[in-house]
Ligand binder design. Structure first.
Ligand code: ADP
Length: 679
């Protein structure tokens, strides 16, 4: 087995030019390395450095835009090195560290390296830093570019050990990158490991979900067993719908003589463990279809995949510079992304990529993905940069974010109490404390505010459970009613946040029992993950003096909801009695509550626990002045997320009282409007 792995290594295009790569690394302080996907960049370059003896002190750190890539790459490389994961080769992702004193090659997400820079301003641990998949241009990649570039300069100025930087990708705007890195060396690695044939749709497809199903079942009808398929869709809802359609078709049609077809979802809302299941090929007699978001687009190798179906769409975060609200929108991918997706079919052998769009449509795609820093809310990034003592005005961005977005971020940070003023963006005491949490400033503010509302423990539970989306298990058709009945036990008319809190409280009360989760159609792995996140958040709370000493002994639903407003004040919407739509206060956008929400009106059977009192730990519908208005739609809600699909939806919503806005965030800009309209 290990011999084979070694043989596989030697066949990679990177191996053929190993010495040339090492020479370039030795002679250049910064190197841009371009090579086809699958040529061995991510797995081999760190090993070459280690094996060459060029690593005398410190580590090779290699960043990935996604956690699943960091984990699977480190697993693969530790296998290749015949060492246990976490020994010479390890990984670190948010809330999870699998490294040891022996670790020499560390795969990590970009966010981790950024956080490390907060505690070690010269990143002294590292002799080599490899920024992989640089073409993705996530906000973190762009910020890291500036940070490592300046650390390299400073280390040289202070005569510290040289920091070598390697930037890697399959596709990038080389001139732009090289110019930014002081006209550094660019090395093109020749060779492609495997061929991938690209097939475009002949006609424009109006319904890519349908086109995908047709293509998939055609592949299934004709392809040899064990030739697996990877499908790219935009998000969790689509993926769930696709996997259940695949199951239904497979079940209800006589696919005579064909092997079973099994579908696996892969998206970022799944906990890491569930994501990794999509990577396991058990070798049984079935065909596997992995239905993924762009999480599977770069860096990863899904064993067995021979076919890719690319729908040409992706859900991206878009930012409204007027209000500072981010929203998720379905957009066309870039040509660079299309090639990354294509590359997934040729990781282990030749493959085929079916694009459900025409060649003409492809020509109209943008060449490169627009850097995220030009289209996203920057408050989280700016908070971190400020904590690093960086002046945003003079920071060396590869592409400077628009003035508007910087100002909106300052404004938001000011509203959150993290900076002194927009004109003088220095971190306040609160801002410093907020920056210690590896989460969005909205939520770190909520945590920091929680002692005042005497609900630290509840808020920690809530923030932890919000960090893992897939709390509910997808029931199959036979047990759907049963699952709904079980889930309704946790529901409260206050909304989704408190419903989630009920689930987490009960989970803990039942000793995190797997059986209890199964009986209640809840995802134990997600809840366990939330539990671990909670522990880490609690540790940070200890370090920044957020104390739960004054916590009220029972859930105080009003206080918890008020505390949520301290961070989520821009995510407040008002019901329009006329047409039952909501209007987001901050930008006057029309939206509906997501059908999955407790407040959407689809959940008639609210709160099976209503007979239990608050003292039992479960939040019931009763005991509040609103109890007589049991079925009334919420006049005001706050929400965690806004999603654009066929409709604009508010996801994870909670009922609030209008007067709380004035009480909690009187300066939010729309408080007076609410008071005037007050019902
Ligand atoms: P690149 O970074 O150039 O896209 P990688 O170094 O990630 O290439 O991968 C090189 C090859 O190593 C892949 O084509 C695949 O054959 C193999 N490989 C990488 N990761 C894994 C994995 N987790 N499981 C199985 N094979 C893998």
């Amino acid at each position: 087995m290990n011999k084979t792995l070694e043989e596989q290594r030697r066949q990679l295009p990177a191996y053929a030019v190993r010495q040339n790569i090492l020479n370039c690394i030795q002679t250049s302080s910064t190197l841009i390395l371009i090579g086809e996907t699958g040529s061995g960049k991510s797995t081999q370059i760190p090993q070459f450095i280690l094996e060459s003896g060029m690593l005398n002190k410190g580590m090779v750190g290699i960043t990935q835009p996604r956690r699943v890539a960091a984990i699977t790459l480190s697993k693969r490389v530790s296998q290749e090195k015949m060492r246990q994961l976490g020994d010479v080769v390890g990984y670190a992702v948010r809330f999870e560290n699998c490294t040891s004193e022996n670790t020499k090659i560390k795969y990590m997400t970009e966010g981790i390296l950024l956080r490390e820079a907060l505690n070690d301003r010269f990143l002294k641990k590292y002799q080599y830093i490899i920024l992989d998949e640089a073409h993705e241009r996530t906000v973190n990649t762009d910020v890291l570019f500036g940070i490592v570039k300046s650390i390299q300069k400073e280390r040289s100025m202070f005569r510290m050990q040289e920091l070598k930087i390697i930037i890697m990708s399959a596709t990038m705007d080389v001139d732009h990158f090289s110019k930014y890195f002081n006209n550094c060396t660019v090395l093109y690695m020749p060779g492609r490991m495997h061929q991938v044939q690209v097939m475009h749709s002949k006609h424009r497809q109006d319904d890519y979900m349908f086109a995908t199903l047709v293509t998939l079942f055609e592949i299934h009808r004709t392809a040899p067993l064990h030739h697996d398929v990877l499908v790219f869709l935009t998000g969790k809802d689509e993926i769930e719908s696709m996997t259940s359609q695949i199951r239904n078709i497979t079940r209800s049609h006589d696919l005579a003589g064909q092997p079973p077809l099994r579908a696996w979802p892969l998206h970022s809302a799944l906990p890491a463990q569930r994501q990794l299941e999509a990577f396991q090929r058990s070798g049984e007699n079935y065909r596997r279809v992995v239905v993924a978001t762009n999480i599977a687009e770069t860096s990863i190798t899904l064993p067995g995949i021979k076919y890719v179906i690319d729908t040409g769409v992706v859900k991206t975060r878009k930012f409204d510079p007027i209000t500072g609200l981010d929203s998720l929108k379905v957009t066309k991918i870039s040509q660079a992304q299309a090639w990354q997706r294509t590359g997934r079919a040729g990781r282990e052998s030749d493959g085929i990529c079916y694009r459900t769009y025409t060649a003409n449509e492809y020509d109209l795609f943008e060449k490169m993905t627009k850097p995220e820093i030009l289209r996203c809310n920057l408050s989280s990034t700016i908070l971190q940069l400020l904590a690093l003592g960086i002046n945003i005005e003079t920071f060396d961005f590869m592409d400077k974010p628009p003035r508007d977005s910087i100002e909106v971020a300052f404004k938001q940070l000011k509203q959150l109490g993290a900076i002194k003023s927009v004109q003088n963006p220095q971190l306040t005491e609160t801002g410093h404390r907020m920056s210690k949490f590896p989460i969005d400033p909205i939520y770190s503010k909520i945590i920091i505010s929680s002692p005042k509302f005497e609900c630290v423990n509840d808020i920690l539970d809530l923030v932890a459970i919000l960090s893992t989306e897939n709390v509910y298990c997808e029931p199959n058709q036979n047990n759907r009613d049963q699952a709904t009945a079980q889930h309704s036990k946790f529901q409260t008319r206050y909304g989704d946040h408190l419903t989630l809190l009920n689930i987490f409280t009960e989970y803990k009360k039942h000793n995190k029992s797997k059986q209890w989760c199964t009986e209640h159609f809840l995802n134990q792995k997600s809840l366990q993950y939330a539990f671990e996140v909670r522990q880490q958040l609690a540790e940070i709370c200890d370090n920044v003096n957020v104390s739960s000493q004054a916590d009220s002994p029972h859930h105080n639903v009003d206080q918890i909801r008020k505390c949520l407003i301290t961070g989520l004040f821009n995510n407040v919407a008002e019901l329009q009695q006329r047409d039952n739509h909501y209007i987001v206060m901050a930008n006057r956008q029309r939206a509906m509550i997501h059908p999955s929400s407790v407040l959407s009106g689809y959940h008639a059977n609210l709160n099976g626990f209503s007979s239990s009192s608050n003292g039992n730990g479960i939040i019931s519908n009763m005991g509040n002045k609103l109890k007589d208005a049991h079925n009334q739609k919420a006049n005001y809600v706050l929400f965690s997320e806004i999603v654009h699909t066929t409709q604009v939806y508010l996801r994870t919503a909670t009922r609030i009282e209008p007067e709380w806005i004035q009480e909690v965030v009187p300066d939010c800009g729309y408080a007076s409007r609410i008071n005037n309209n007050q019902l």
